[in-house]
Every structure is written in structure tokens, then in C-alpha cells.
Ligand binder design. Sequence first.
Ligand SMILES: C[S@@+](CC[C@H](N)C(=O)[O-])C[C@H]1O[C@@H](n2cnc3c(N)ncnc32)[C@H](O)[C@@H]1O
Length: 288
Amino acid sequence: MPESENTMFIRSDGISAEGIRDQYADGKAAKVWEIFIGDKKSRTQNYKNFLLDLLRSRGCKRILDVACGTGVDSTMLVEEGFEVVSVDASDKMLKYALKERWNRRKESNFDKWIIEEANWLTLYDDIKDFIQGGFDAVICLGNSFAHMTDSYGDQRQQIQAIRNFEKCVKPGGLLLIDHRNYDNIMETGATPSKCIYYNSQHMTDIKTSVLYVSGKPNMVTLDYLISNGSENSEFRLSYYPHCLEVFKNTLKDIFSLESDHEIYGDFKHLGESNPNPAFYIHVVEKHK
Ligand SMILES: C[S@@+](CC[C@H](N)C(=O)[O-])C[C@H]1O[C@@H](n2cnc3c(N)ncnc32)[C@H](O)[C@@H]1O
């Protein structure tokens, strides 16, 4: 389907004015998540080479997935022999990950898979028993981080969350964190419905609404419509529109200027990729 052209520059009904809440609490997105992301294998195909090559080439074995959701990425990593701790704030999403672990508990990797409820704002305390010397890599993927909106206008909660991620990475370890190309969404007012993560044949439309506060884009709300045969499913999710340059500098501030920081656009190094990738993935190494 073509990109949606529908953009509104108003606060729509139902857009939360508060910062931290479980947007998945009504269970609507959780229920159709796997239809939304498309055939698991097609996500895995695109994704596997990138993620596994990157983690393996950097010697990562212990991974913390801080936005595991229904467990799509974590399951892939567990299957591939990584030691995984998965957390998420939404019990509606975690339910599906817990079910997968239960169903596959006889496979020893799945038996060892740790799944906990945790919030990024309190992450370090929520999981301190599992941190040990720090993880080889912390991953926050699938446009998850942008769920943390900016209630105070100074991004303090986003900074607190990234500080918590940083504390969970061992020296020399990695943070992998991504966001949609919001610079492009702001410019065009449209959100691509097909991208590196979501290949669903059933996705029919994403309506894009932008909320401006004091003349600055403060929240993007995406209304998803999924047609699965005769059944239509709709859900709404809100995001903070991270600009690439600002996000890059925030990561540099938290991880220190000396930290190695690579940015990929749709899995390719910036510059090799098309000038308008749908997603950016930042890979930051914590200083030793
Ligand atoms: C877009 S889903 C992505 C899940 C998974 N990574 C994927 O790609 O399929 C985003 C997840 O981030 C979680 N999340 C949002 N804000 C959070 C917070 N403050 N603390 C922990 N998890 C949070 C949501 O509950 C949700 O499951």
C-alpha cells in the first residue's frame, strides 16, 4: 500500500497528555502484533543477518532486550544460542513471550530465558539481580524507545531511560537502539507502512497525526489499520519524534564523546543506504 497522506496537526481524541503509560494495556496491539509484523521468518530474514552478524562479530553473548514486547527478537536470539534477559513494561505484551517460553521449556535455551516486567525509568533497580558485570549488549529495537514521550519538554525521562540502559551495558559492550526516520515523517507527514521490521501483507494504512507544543513537534500518533481477510483491526500508538542529530548527540552525551557510535539506515551504514531510510539503528559502544 502507498504511504498514508493523512496528517493532522491537532491533538486528536485519545492522545495521551501524560508521559508514561502502557500504550499496549488494552491488548489490541498485542493481539495482532504478529499479523502486524508480518511473517516472522521474513522479519527474521531481513533482520537476522544484520543483528546476528553484528552481535557475533563483537563477541556478544549475554543480551538484555529492554523492549521485548511479545518476544519476537528475544525468541530469535534464544534460538540462536544467546543468553537472553527480556523485559518490558506491558504485561499484555509479555504474556505472549511468557507463553513462548512455557511452550518451549523443554529446549534448554528456552528454559534459561529470563523474562521480567520492568520499566526503563527504574530499569537498573528492577533487574539489578540479573545485571552482574553488565550485558554484552542491550537492545531496544522495533521503534520502541520513541514510545517514551516528553512530558516535561526537556526530554528528562528519555535521558533517564538511556542512562539506565547505559548502566546495564558492560564496559566495551553495546547499546543497539533504533527509531523511525522522524525527520522524514515530519517533512512529508506520512509514515511508510512497509519497512525493515514490518512486512505484513495485511497492513493497509497508517494515519499520521502530529501534535505540536509551542511550535515544536512533540508527539506523533499513528493509527494503524490491519485487514486480515474479512476482519479489520485498528490500534493507535504514540511516539516522540526523535530527530537524528539530536538523538545522536543525546547518546554521545550519555556514553561519552570517545564512545564509538555507528548509525545504520535500514541496515546499511549511513551513506551506503538510501538518503531516506525508514529506520535508523544506533550502535554505541560503552567506553572501556
Ligand atoms: C513497538 S513494541 C516492540 C516490541 C519488540 N521489540 C518488537 O520489535 O516486536 C514496543 C514495546 O516497548 C515497550 N515499552 C514502551 N515503553 C516502555 C517503558 N517505559 N519501559 C519498558 N517497556 C516499554 C512496550 O510495552 C512495547 O512492548
